[in-house]
Structure formats: structure tokens, C-alpha cells
Design a protein. Sequence first.
Length: 441
Amino acid sequence: MKRMLISETPEHIGESVRLSGWVHIRRDHGKLIFIDLRDRSGIVQAIIVPDHTEAYETAKGIRNEFVIDMEGKVKSRPGGANNDKISTGGVEIEVERLKILSVTEGTLPIDPSADIDDVKLHTLLDNRQLSLRNGKVNAIFRVYSTLLRAYAKAMTQDGFLEIKSPKILNAATEGGANFFKIKYFDRSAYLAQSPQFYKQAGVGAFERVFEIGTVFRAEPHFTTRHVNEYTGLDAEMGFIENFSDVMDELEKTMMSIFSDLRKDCVTEFALHGAEFPAEVSIPRLKLTEALHILEKNYGKTMADGEIDIDPEGERLIGEYAKKEYGSDLLFLTHYPTAIRPFYVMPNEDPQFTDSFDLLFRGLEIASGGQRIHNYEQLVKNIQAHGLNPDDFKHYLDNFRCGMPPHGGWGLGSERIVQKLLGLKSIKEAILFPRDVKRLVP
């Protein structure tokens, strides 16, 4: 008999089926043994009665998280016994044959079937192979998978070509300090901090490109929003009029993602008690305007009159956007030249740039803007940032060949998931996170 997924069982009442999966919960009720069986599609209740002698004897030795294979008849649950919380709650399997495929060794450090809300994060991460089996944790990565798929779909539908850029480079991407240095045969190399240079090169060949790829940042942070390896959702587009075109495209992309999540992740959001984002036009504020609002409405000022925003400021201005505009998202624009990379297009007021950050529920999830496409201007801006143009020869070669006006963004995928589901830490949204101290599992 061919294996069937648990989610299909309600369509086969009265029929014999074969199921395989993990023992989610095993319990004895007098002479009856009940097993909640779990596979990738859901959970179903199975009953083993003494009449099926071999199956019953096998069931006596089964424990949680054993991997088993069973055959039995699908039956409607008796009146009043339905479990309305799951899609298979109206049926149960009367087991006729039972086989153990794999057993658990020793005592499990955590119970995937239990409520893990009070389990400390480091315990969940140290035992990731088990915590990922928990329904609530598992739901995080179903949402994440939908996010990645929705992003690729939105980009492809708008004429962006997917690329994969190298992650081992001969120099730090932006001349910064937060890079990982590695030994590359007989010389030094660096792990990519961003696909920025390569996606700009992609504009010169394909006009519109996007990438879903790994990003490495050697930032010694111990926060709920930073990790040292994450997955970036990047895009770059040519022949723009100005950086508003980039924001328009990113807004369209985010709304498309939210639409897919609303359609495909109802169960997962419900498990986390999470609300879907409001699908409204994203408001745009200049950074200086946002700082004025923070000072006027919240008494919040930056140290020494600095034109920048800190995490508390992001959170407060996010609350303001929700209250005033009904939006979970907010574009902050015109960041100072001094705190933006050399390739960002200067504004008419050279103190500022044609750039933006996108905040989601008070957390920065993206940076972007228009790039400099003129070779001479780019060389001068590299020098103005205290860098040597010779160190960026291969990058500059792109602009010797003719580049259109262009711009793009880099989204942090895990931060989006964190805010979508209201997770306390970004590490919860990463399968096996890497931070300053964690290199295992």
C-alpha cells in the first residue's frame, strides 16, 4: 500500500490507508492506546485496540518522537469527540498494522509536543533538531518559506532576473570594517557583506536583477535584531527617473508578499496570535521630519543633534506611522551623506542622499536608494569617503562601459519574519543561527 499524507485522510473515511510519521503524543486510556501521529502535512489521532494483537504489543513500547509506519481504517470520530483545532479533527485511524522505523535514544531534552513559550531561547537553539518539530516553531519556517517564494514571484513577474553572486571576495564590499577575513589558498579573502557590486553589474547586462542570498557581517552585537549570517532579499533596477521609482517598486513587492502570506499562512499566523500587515500605501517621511516628530511628540532627541535614528527612535516613529497613517510600514528618506556608502546618489542638497530605509513595525528591514552611475562622479565620491579608487578597479570597470541610472534595495528576510509573527529575537526566525558565540548545531 502506498503511503498517504495525514492531511488527505478526511477524504478517505471507511477506507484503509497507510501513514508514516513521528509519534507526537502517546497516551494510554485503559486498554486503548492512542497515538497522535505527525507528518509534514498535519496531525491525526490513531487508536490501537487489543484485538489487533501484534500492533497492540508494538504500541506498548512506543514513545514520543519514535518514527513509525501504520496501516488502518479511517473512521469518523464518535459524536462530541471532534477536535476543531485541526483539519483532521473529525477522523481517527483504527490501526491494524504498526511498525517502528526509528526510536529515540535516552531522555529527550525538550518535548516538541509541549508548550515551549517559557523555554529559554538558548535551550531551543541548543536542541534545534527537536525544537523545529514543535508546531509553533515549525510554523515560523513555513511562513519564511512562503516569504521567499512570494518575493521571487513578485520579482519575476516584474521582469527581474534572478542571479547568484559570489560570497568569497578579494576585498571587503564597501571598504568597511565589519567583514570576515578567510584564508583562500595562498592569499586572503573576505566573505561578502552584500551583493551590491555584483547586482549593479547585473543592471549593466540585464537591466533588472534580484538575489536571495547569504550575507555575512562581522558585527559583535548581542541584540534581538542582529546576527552574523543572514539571508538578504536584494534587487537592483535600471532606467529609473529617481529614487522614488525604487520605493514604488519595493512597496509593490511588499504588498504582493503580504497578499501571498494572507492567502497561504492563516494557520501559522493564528498559532502565533499574529495579525497580517495592513495593505495600505506606505507613507514617506524625510529623516529630518521624523526626528522633528520624535522630539515634538515623544520628547525623543538624538545625542549631540546627530541626524540619524536609533532603535528606540525607529520603534516610536513606527508607532506614529501606525497611528497617523494606519500603516505597519514607513519609508524614511534622505539620509545624511556621512552615514551612507560611497555609491549612493547625493541629493541636490549634498549634505543628504537619495536613499531610504524601510521600517516595519518599528524595525528597519531594508535600505536602498539611487546609485551613482557616472564614472567620474563615482571616483570622486570614493575619494570623498577616504577610500582609494584603485581598490575598486573591477567595480569601477562597470561604469566605464555605460551604466543607466539605477537603484535598488537590500531586505533582511529574517527581520521581516520576526516582525510578522511578533518574535522576541531574530534568532527564532533562523533555522540554525550564527551569532558572536554560536557556531553549533
